[in-house]
Design a protein around this ligand. Structure first.
Ligand code: HEC
Ligand SMILES: [Cu+2]
Length: 351
């Protein structure tokens, strides 16, 4: 469509972008035409009905129902079209395809930290595969930020303490700007970065290179790193088959009955809350014995913040299927560079 190529807008690099643009053109067109109509009529009527001679009286006009209905109904229809069309486009922006790989983004003053499913981490840059829908789950470590990619016509606010989700279907290789779209402090204007959308070969080469460059021999996928944390933090001492705490297999997406008689569907936010505030929602039939892990998840040696550690634990718990709970006494070699100081462990290294 010719009109969609007017270079007033940023480049379009996702399936969503064209949809947003067509709606934008429609709204601009209708309101623009409305404005022009009003001003043309104003000029015309002022000229035609100007006072033509001294002492001329204005006729008394008592209104017209036909006219009123006419100028109420037409805008109503136009606005309803905008509304319905907007709902459809908005809805598409949230309907994440079920099989899309998930990238986690943590925003903080003033940088973006990305974690890919295979464990690769990036800062202020996000490499994506062209024509591959990708789910993006985001959280903030401090204040409200907004992850805005004009070329995808998508931006989403990051909130402290709560995961939010969006998705992209990049359809054009290239390099696109990433902005923080929410004034978030003095360094706000530096909270920018790049989205690289790559062809398959290029992307695989990048991913492999990045993996060998940044990941140690024992480092694995996000879920695997979460498994290591699960063992290291001794979650396994309760969450095993022995019955002190619920086994977490198949937890994600299930419905958990709570003590107070209500129930929740398990999502990322529930798991996060269960780890940081275990008493906020207690699983019915279990004792509230789980200690809070708030303040214990950060790992300065691995340069891993609390939110990033939580993301790993969640990635692990999400993929935990029947029979996959590690055995409680499983030994794990600490990854290279991991803290060896036992007092850093939640049980103070008593075990
Ligand atoms: C001292 C024993 C204990 C330890 C250690 C422990 N938990 Fe728990 N956890 C429990 C109990 C008991 C429950 C169920 C009662 C409740 O909801 O608080 C629970 C609930 C949960 C839930 C919610 C599950 C559900 O069915 O509602 C999650 C998720 C969870 N724990 C994760 C963890 C993680 C991750 C760790 C390690 C960082 C951990 N737990 C360490 C005892 C423990
Ligand atoms: Cu910001």
């Amino acid at each position: 469509m010719l009109i969609a190529n007017i270079p007033l807008l940023p480049e379009r690099a996702s399936e969503q972008a064209a949809q947003v643009d067509y709606l934008f053109y429609f709204i601009s067109g209708v309101t623009g035409a409305g404005t022009i109509l009003v001003f043309v009529l104003l000029a015309y009527l002022c000229t035609v009905h100007r006072r033509k001679r001294e002492g001329e009286q204005t006729p008394r006009i008592l209104g017209s129902h036909k006219l009123e209905i006419f100028w109420s109904a037409i805008p109503l229809v136009l606005f309803l079209v905008m509304f319905a069309w907007g709902v459809v486009v908005f809805d598409q922006g949230y309907a994440v395809p079920a099989d899309a790989p998930e990238v986690f983004v943590v925003g903080k003053q003033w940088m973006w930290k990305m974690q890919h499913p295979n464990g690769v981490r990036e800062i202020n840059e996000l490499h994506l595969l062209v024509n591959q829908p990708v789910k993006i789950t985001l959280i903030s470590e401090d204040v409200i930020h907004s992850f805005g990619v004009p070329a995808f016509r998508d931006k989403i606010d990051l909130l402290p303490g709560r995961y939010v989700t969006t998705w992209y279907h990049p359809n054009k290789a290239g390099r696109y700007q990433l902005y923080c779209d929410q004034l978030c402090g003095v360094g706000h204007s530096q909270m920018i970065g790049w989205i690289h959308v790559m062809e398959k070969d290029e992307y695989d080469a990048w991913l492999n290179g990045k993996r060998t460059e940044t990941l140690g021999p024992t480092d694995g996928s996000l879920a695997w790193e979460g498994r290591k944390l699960f063992l290291k933090l001794q979650c396994i001492s309760c969450h095993n088959q022995k019955g002190r705490a619920p086994v977490l297999e198949g937890l994600y997406g299930s419905t958990v009955p709570l003590r107070d008689g209500s129930s929740v569907v398990v999502n990322e936010n529930y798991i996060r809350e269960s780890i940081l505030k275990p008493l906020a929602k207690v699983h019915q039939g279990w004792e509230p014995i789980m200690p809070t892990f708030a303040g214990q998840l950060e790992d300065k040696h691995l340069n891993l913040s609390e939110e990033e550690a939580l993301i790993r634990l969640i990635a692990f718990i999400k993929t935990l299927g029947p029979g996959q709970t590690p055995t409680p006494n499983e030994k794990f070699p600490p990854p290279i560079g991991a803290p060896t100081d036992p007092s850093k462990l939640p049980d103070g290294g008593k075990k």
